[in-house]
Design a protein around this ligand. Structure first.
Ligand SMILES: [Zn+2]
Length: 260
């Protein structure tokens, strides 16, 4: 894990999850005793030693996906601190995840855990994090906004300026509405669950919105010509992504087209 000290009471931890060639980045944050997201099962050992070396008073999860909740069960058992999750995802978290092979190779399964219902805001000694619903990547996805510092802990809302494939749980139409709502907030730095610290985060998030809106216009224009989703997908994304093949279509540009 690459640990970066951002401030006295604030660190970020970045590492890769999975086995070659199925490796993806994960980023966790500990701010004034609050752990934001809990990594994947594949990095559990590293997350455990990170946690052992830092005081954790509570945990806030942006969403229930296995790459954000991998250490939640262990934390709940060994630290007995609140582990907050969107209330609509608590039932899902109470059962061990059962994921297809391609996701298992990268993330591994998540153990069952008893989550605590997400409050409207989370206060630490020094900070206040407003919890804001931001569906799109997942319908119960939330982000954490520390207004006085201009920080946005964005989970999987941002990840990158462009996006070529959408996951089966994703809804790009909802993501557009969420990004528009989040852009109304005061923030400058994004702390992303995968791509790490993004300075000028607002500009970057705006450019993701522009990309989605342009794509939406193209999809609508082709729809008007009478084209079906599959044909629109073939025209707009002629090259198929490796993840689409491996995931049997769970992660695909077709999901982008259908939900935009
Ligand atoms: Zn996710």
């Amino acid at each position: 894990m690459i640990i970066k000290k951002i401030e006295n009471d604030f660190i970020s931890a970045k590492t890769k999850s999975g086995i070659y060639p199925f490796k993806l980045d994960i980023c966790l944050y500990i701010v004034d005793g609050l752990l934001i997201d809990a990594g994947s099962g594949a990095i559990l050992k590293k997350t455990r030693s990170l946690i052992k070396g830092n005081k954790i008073n509570s945990v806030a999860l942006t969403h229930v996906h296995e790459d954000h909740t991998g250490a939640a069960a262990w934390i709940k058992e060994s630290l007995q601190v609140p582990v907050y999750l969107h209330r609509h995802s608590i039932a899902e978290a109470s059962m061990k995840s059962s994921i297809p092979l391609y996701r298992w190779l990268v993330w591994r399964n998540r153990d069952a855990f008893t989550a605590d219902p997400m409050p409207e805001f989370i206060e630490t000694d020094k900070y206040r994090f407003d919890v804001i619903n931001a569906p799109g990547h997942h319908q119960d996805h939330v982000v954490f906004h520390e207004k006085s510092r201009g920080w946005l802990f964005s989970g999987d809302l941002y990840v990158s300026r462009r996006q070529a494939v959408a996951f089966k749980d994703e809804n790009i139409g909802d993501a557009i509405v969420s990004i528009q709502k989040i852009l109304e907030l005061d923030f400058d730095t994004i702390f992303c669950g995968h791509s790490g610290i993004q300075k000028k985060g607002k500009e970057k998030l705006r450019s993701k919105l522009d990309y989605f809106l342009t794509l939406q216009e193209k999809v609508r224009a082709l729809e008007k010509e009478g084209l079906e989703s599959r044909e629109i997908d073939r025209r707009l994304f002629p090259k198929k992504n490796l993840w689409t093949v491996l995931s049997g279509g769970e992660w695909s540009s077709l999901n982008m087209v259908k939900t935009i």
